[in-house]
Design a protein. Structure first.
Length: 355
């Protein structure tokens, strides 16, 4: 006579089935969690990469604007002081890519005025022997209070020295329309007393820059940074940027050739391209980095970087170091990496119209 209930075999079979279902559920949960973390890491990299690429592209588009005349750089040195930086006579690069000094990042250095192109240069018919004198501006209304202005020699385009000043009054000083005041002050940006400041003979140039920018962009400690070359202030643009690479796009007659060297003729320079390697925001959950499988090859190639005349189109992330000299990513296998590349046409009037 069969008793009511489950037999021992039936109970054991039920336990086995339950265990299998539990393992399947746990496996599914782990798979979901891994996928979710991968998506989060990917989204973080996308956000950081997009921010970095768009920001440097927007800034680079203005490189050289207002600082090029007759296919030559107007200034080779810049005289200015600020409340935080008393450096003066610093070397001024309209655009420069330093690809050799720092093994952990290329440095992209460029200057521009937001006031526009070199066509806005205004010639002043009288001399400026005293840096505190008012300046007669030929075009009334072209300079407003607070605008940055560059003073350049009459031989603008010969690579001479410029002085950066900030207008303290509009184009009407003491009732005299067409004059702008650049009075010196111990605390004023760009208007402090400068030893050895150039004087300017008649027919010198004033370049209304509105806001003058001289910047250096680079990657350091997995951060994309921007340094104000005048004040020395450093700001963080984006996180997760482990390497920055850049090249010049030079007109070869048959299109652009990409190279590390600045062309001898600026009118042949048409564009700059940058590539950034972005690390994912989340690390793979492995106690031992050697067991990580997110990335198996430490050499990361820059997407679409063919047609390079010279220079590397990849970087070994395992060889990068931080400012203390230790490995930047000792557990590099535990992260995903994405590359973001941009090609930035230069807007400078001279570069844009050169054949």
């Amino acid at each position: 006579m069969r008793q009511k209930g489950f037999s021992l075999i039936e109970a054991m079979l039920a336990m086995v089935i339950g265990l299998i279902m539990s393992l399947a559920a746990a496996s599914l949960a782990m798979s979901y969690d891994t996928g979710r973390m991968s998506n989060i890491a990917s989204n973080t990299a996308n956000t950081n990469g997009t921010t970095a690429a768009e920001t440097i592209n927007t800034a680079l588009e203005m490189a050289g604007a207002g600082l090029i005349s007759n296919h030559s750089q107007i200034c080779s040195h810049l005289y200015s002081t600020t409340a935080t930086n008393t450096n003066s006579g610093i070397e001024l690069d309209t655009i420069k890519l330093d690809v050799t000094t720092d093994p952990n990042s290329n440095h992209v250095i460029f200057a521009y005025g937001s006031g526009g192109s070199a066509a806005s240069m205004l010639k002043v018919s009288v001399s400026l022997a005293n840096p505190n004198d008012d300046i007669g501006i030929p075009q009334v209304g072209s300079v407003a209070t607070g605008d940055d202005i560059l003073l350049a020699y009459s031989s603008a385009g010969s690579g001479t020295d410029c002085t950066l000043r900030r207008a303290t009054a509009p184009n009407a000083v003491n009732g005299n329309a067409g004059m702008v005041n650049i009075g010196l002050s111990a605390t004023a940006e760009h208007n402090q007393a400068i030893a050895g400041v150039p004087t300017y003979a008649a027919d010198f140039y004033v370049i209304p820059a509105q806001v003058f920018n001289y910047q250096e962009w680079y990657s350091e400690n997995a951060l994309l940074k921007i340094k104000d070359k005048i004040t020395g202030k450093v700001s963080i643009v984006a996180d997760g940027v482990v390497f920055l690479r850049a090249q010049y796009g030079v007109n070869s007659g048959l299109g652009l050739t990409w190279q590390d060297q600045l062309p001898s003729q600026l009118n042949n320079l048409k564009a700059v391209r940058t590539a950034m390697v972005i690390r994912s925001g989340n690390r793979e959950k492995q106690a031992n980095a050697a067991n990580c499988t997110s990335t198996t090859n430490s050499t990361i190639s820059f997407n679409g970087w063919q047609n390079a005349a010279n220079g590397s189109s990849s970087v070994d992330v395992s060889a990068l170091t931080n400012t203390s000299g230790t490995a930047l990513i000792p557990d590099w296998r535990c992260y995903f990496y994405k590359t973001y590349t941009t090609v930035t046409p230069l807007r400078s009037l001279a570069w844009a119209t050169a054949q």
